[in-house]
Every structure is written in C-alpha cells, then in structure tokens.
Design a protein around this ligand. Structure first.
Ligand SMILES: NC(=O)c1ccc[n+]([C@@H]2O[C@H](COP(=O)([O-])OP(=O)(O)OC[C@H]3O[C@@H](n4cnc5c(N)ncnc54)[C@H](OP(=O)(O)O)[C@@H]3O)[C@@H](O)[C@H]2O)c1
Length: 332
C-alpha cells in the first residue's frame, strides 16, 4: 500500500485538513535502471509551504491541485538500480508526501545516521539551520557586542539564530508566543531576554527596556505588528533580515503595516529579503560550522516530533498555532 497526500483545494485563510486529500493505492512500486525506491522516514512541515499552496507568483512555483505536496524529507533506500545509492542508505531532499516513491536520485543527498539523528537533517543540519546561519551572517553581518532581536524565536530558524548570535558575542533578545517558550529561550538556548508578544501590552516599550542601546540586527520571521514595534528601536546602520512573515501568510486582505521608509532613512538602515536557496554555494561551509558547534555543544536544538503519515497536514496547520518548539517534524 502506498499512501499519498494531495492538495485538494487552495486554502482560503488558515489551512484546514479538508484542503488535503488522502489517497491509498494498492501498488507494488517497481524501479527502472538508474532509479531507487524510497520509504519515507521523516517529513518536514514548513511555513513556506503555505505560500506554495496558493497560486500567487513567488520564488517557487505553486503546488498543483490534485498532486502530492512536496517538502523536505528523509527517506530510506529500499531498492536501488542507481550505483550512487545502496540499499539501506538514507537520503534527504525535496520529495512527495508519499509513504513510498521512486526517484532518479537527482537533488537527493545521502545523510549519515551515525553522525546525527536523521530528523536533524531536516532542521539544524538542513534547510532551517542553513537559513539561520546564512541569513544572520550574510545580511546581518554581526559584530560582537551588538544587539540582535529575533522574532519567531522559539521556532526552527529562530532558536538557531539566537544561539549563533550568542556564539558570535551578541546580546540576544527573542520574541515568541508563550511564557513557556520565553523560558526555553533563556534556559535552553542561552538568549539574554525574551518578550511574549501575546501578553506584552507594549512590545516597543519592553524592547526599549531590554535593549537600552537599541537594536543593531533584527532577524524577522513573522512580520506584522511585532516587526513594526522593533522598527522603533533600530540603531544607525541597523540590518533587518526579512526571512519570513508568518503572521500574514494566511491573510486574505493586503496586510496593513506602518511605513518602513522613515525608519530606514533616519537610521541609514538596511532591510533585505532573504531566501536560503540563493546561497547554495555557501551550504557546505555553513554545515561544517553548524556541525562543529553541535559537536562542541555550543549549539543545541529542539524538535516537536509528531507521529504518523496521516498527521502531516495537522502538523503543518499547527505551525500557525505555535504548537511547535524548535523544528516541527512528522515521523512516519
Ligand atoms: N526565506 C527563507 O529562505 C526561509 C527559510 C526557512 C524559513 N523561513 C521563514 O522563517 C520563518 C520561521 O520558519 P520556521 O520553519 O522556523 O518555523 P517555526 O518558527 O518553527 O514555526 C512557526 C512559528 O511561527 C510562530 N507564529 C505563528 N503564527 C504567528 C503569528 N501570527 N505571529 C507571530 N508568530 C507566529 C509560532 O510561534 P509562536 O508560538 O512564537 O507564535 C510558530 O511556532 C517563517 O516565516 C518561514 O516562512 C524562510
């Protein structure tokens, strides 16, 4: 039996399970010369998939209706007619939401289960770790002693950004949605301070207290009013890394935000959009750094692991409810 999850309709507002179709087929998958047969082990669910579920123009094409969704997946090679892959190897790459599938191996990378838990290749040693490392370094250009603010701070990207900030000698403030997450930022991830945006009466005023010398780098994962509040605190020559805007991904109207231009002009500040795939040539060096910091226990990571193929849509939807700490992953 092969199970698949297809995009049935394009979500309007917040996605719901009824936007997806679950299909089970009684097929015995065969491979041709040059192909491998894969069994899915771990599936990454990511906020950016929401963008691909709509048909608006973006940096990656939209998912097609009635076709399986694709995301980062770690899978085991069950049969191989491709000399680059042996039975028992694990690979990671963009694959379909299917329990089994065939592949030519193109775009897949072998991952070493003895080096790190397999799920880590979808998080700290995968796309989200690379995003944290490259976004902070390439656009943030951190200098020891500066102040870094991170939104979405307890998530997959944010929790790694803050820790790298500490490794590089920054003063780090995280913004997240619950007191429990703020506690985690300080105790597990070494952040200096945190703000719960759901209970804060005035994020701008709280930031002024926590960062009396102002904000030099803002790593923005969420957009919206949280990011507006940060703008009031930026320093001269601040760098604003626009990595994501989850707070508006489900909006059906054009979001209302304050005008950023006066803040950027007054502070000679840089605001730049970041897409991790634009930095592919820097991935190997970034992974070397992240792996070394993990081995030296300077870096740690959290995962929220949900069990079962049928739970993939729910785990994806839960990202918009903040149900994850660290990387949200589905174990098959
Ligand atoms: N540009 C790139 O190349 C790239 C690559 C990877 C990720 N990203 C972006 O980076 C961001 C983080 O991704 P991730 O994979 O690390 O996800 P994540 O942070 O692990 O998960 C999403 C988190 O967003 C927070 N959130 C949900 N709704 C929110 C809202 N309305 N306002 C504020 N926070 C909200 C929730 O935490 P709380 O409990 O704190 O609300 C939730 O846990 C996303 O915007 C994503 O699209 C961009």
């Amino acid at each position: 039996m092969v199970k698949s999850i297809l995009l049935k309709k394009r979500p309007q507002g917040k996605p719901s399970v009824s936007d997806f179709e679950f299909v089970t087929e009684d097929v015995d998958l065969q491979i041709n010369e040059g192909e491998i047969l894969l069994e899915t082990s771990y599936v990454s669910v990511d906020p950016y998939l929401r963008g691909r579920m709509s048909d608006a123009k973006s940096y990656v094409p939209p998912f097609e209706l009635n076709k399986p969704i694709q995301s980062g997946i770690v899978a085991k090679v069950m049969a191989s007619k491709n000399e680059k892959f042996a039975v028992g190897d694990f690979v990671s790459g963009m694959l379909a939401w299917k329990t089994q599938q065939t592949s030519t191996g193109e775009g897949l990378t072998k991952v070493d289960a003895s080096n790190a838990p397999l799920s880590a290749y979808l998080g700290v040693l995968g796309m989200t770790g690379l995003t944290a490392y490259l976004g902070l370094n390439q656009i943030g250009k951190p200098v020891a002693g500066e102040t870094l603010v991170v939104s979405g701070a307890a998530g997959a990207v944010g929790s790694i950004v803050g820790q790298i900030g500490k490794i590089l000698g920054l003063h780090v403030i995280g913004i997240a949605g619950t007191d429990e997450k703020i506690e985690l930022l300080k105790t597990e991830f070494g952040f200096d301070a945190g703000i719960n945006y759901n209970t804060s009466k005035d994020i701008n005023a709280e930031l002024k207290k926590l960062a009396p010398n102002g904000v030099d780098i803002y790593f923005d994962n969420v957009g919206g009013p949280i990011s507006d509040a940060v703008l009031f605190n930026i320093n001269k020559f601040a760098r604003l890394i626009i990595c994501g805007a989850i707070s508006v991904y489900n909006n059906t109207d054009i979001p209302k935000s304050i005008s950023v231009q006066p803040f950027l002009v007054k502070n000679s500040a840089l605001m730049q959009g970041f897409i991790v795939s634009n930095y592919a040539e820097k991935f190997p060096a970034a992974i070397t750094h992240l792996s070394r910091w993990l081995a030296e226990e300077k870096l740690t990571y959290a995962e929220t692991i949900v069990d079962g193929f049928d739970q993939i849509p729910n785990a994806f939807i839960d990202l918009f409810e903040g149900k994850n700490k660290g990387k949200m992953i589905v174990k098959i």
